[in-house]
Design a binder for this molecule. Structure first.
Ligand code: SF4
Ligand code: SF4
Length: 347
């Protein structure tokens, strides 16, 4: 039986649907073509499932045009798990040797954990955030009582979680987190993947915002004098259901108000950074980022996931701040990079 048969019902739901979620897909909207709508991607999957076409490079290239943002599933009356089906389709493309190279390379770039000591009880997966954001987040975690935290030390095998998103097998050894009771990630996508991985089943997995919420002292002065726009990352919001905690943390850092994008919380958009999509040599990922803030007031943008911040900043021209950077500035007297100023929003 084809690996796609387990998704038969979801595939058929989409194949017979009049594209009811087309408006919700940030990639379809940005690229303005039917092939990359959730419906278009799933019809390709159905053609492969029925043996009407092979798994070829054209199908694999199309399947790479999905960020896994979950907006289609969120608006679908069937809660159809489009990205789950596409991950299976992508794995068939990898097995057939026709998957596009750039997302594969993206998935294999090194990731690292930052444990107090290898095998320690609290381990932090720093992923591929910029060194300044890693230092800021570790400092905030320490201020919240998660310590001792050392410098990034223990490299994880490549492709451990993003590999699954582009169809490659997970490469995380079963004992990777032996002895850890808490695993803290900087990116929500890493937390979501860890929650499903056998190597992490004995540990509590938290996004860093969850790990610090309610454990930090009140800032004594605003870090930004006016309003700021909080953007939900799709993986932290729809993925982990974390909406209020980052807003509360940000509100305490502002002289003004937390402002919202038109599409926010459960209906929040997507920046285009995840699931290998941003690695494609294509204008779509940049346009998705621009669309994410297009209707929003011209204010500093704050987002909790460092991968999103790093993707939004160059494509939107906005001042984009990782939330951890602002928190570190406010709360940590011994900030690890005191020479870093807020005039440098994203490293
Ligand atoms: S995800 Fe739902 S709304 Fe979107 S095409 Fe499939 S069945 Fe239709
Ligand atoms: S998960 Fe997001 S990017 Fe992928 S098809 Fe659905 S709406 Fe489009």
């Amino acid at each position: 039986m084809s690996a796609l048969e387990v998704h038969r019902k979801a595939i058929l739901n989409c194949s017979f649907c009049p594209k009811l979620c087309r408006f919700a897909c940030p990639v379809a909207e940005a690229e303005a073509r039917e092939t990359v709508t959730p419906w278009g991607l799933m019809v390709l999957v159905d053609d492969v499932r029925r043996g009407r076409r092979p798994v070829d490079s054209d199908a694999a290239e199309a399947w790479a045009h999905c960020t896994g943002c979950g907006r289609c599933t969120q608006v679908c009356k069937h809660d159809n798990p489009v990205f789950e089906v596409l991950k299976t389709a992508r794995s068939l493309a990898v097995a057939a040797g026709v998957a596009p190279q750039a997302p594969q390379a993206w998935s294999l770039a090194p990731l690292a954990v930052a444990p107090g000591e290898p095998g320690g009880p609290v381990q932090v997966l720093v992923g591929r955030a910029a060194p300044e954001v890693i230092a800021d987040t570790l400092a905030v975690l320490e201020a919240a009582g998660h310590h001792p935290l050392g410098p990034p030390a223990l490299p994880l095998p490549p492709g451990w979680r993003r590999g699954a998103e582009v169809g490659a097998p997970l490469a995380l050894p079963a004992g990777a987190f032996e002895g850890a009771h808490t695993l803290i990630t900087l990116d929500a996508a890493d937390a979501a993947a860890l929650k499903q991985h056998p190597a992490a089943r004995r540990a509590k997995v938290l996004h860093w915002v969850q790990a610090v919420e309610g454990r930090l002292p009140e800032p004594t002065a605003p870090v930004l004098s006016g309003d700021a726009l909080y953007l939900d990352s799709c993986r932290l919001g729809r993925g982990l259901g974390v909406y209020d905690a980052p807003r509360r943390l940000l509100a305490a850092l502002l002289g003004g108000q937390v402002r919202e994008a038109i599409m926010h919380r459960e209906e929040g958009g997507c920046c285009g950074a995840e699931a290998g999509y941003a690695a494609l040599d294509h204008s779509g990922p940049g346009r998705v980022a621009q669309d994410a803030v297009a209707d929003a007031p011209d204010l500093p943008v704050v987002i909790a996931d460092p991968t999103c911040a790093a993707h939004l900043a160059p494509h939107t021209g906005r001042r984009v701040y990782p939330l951890a950077r602002l928190l570190a500035r406010a709360l940590v007297a011994r900030a690890p990079h005191p020479e870093k100023h807020l005039e440098e929003p994203v490293p």
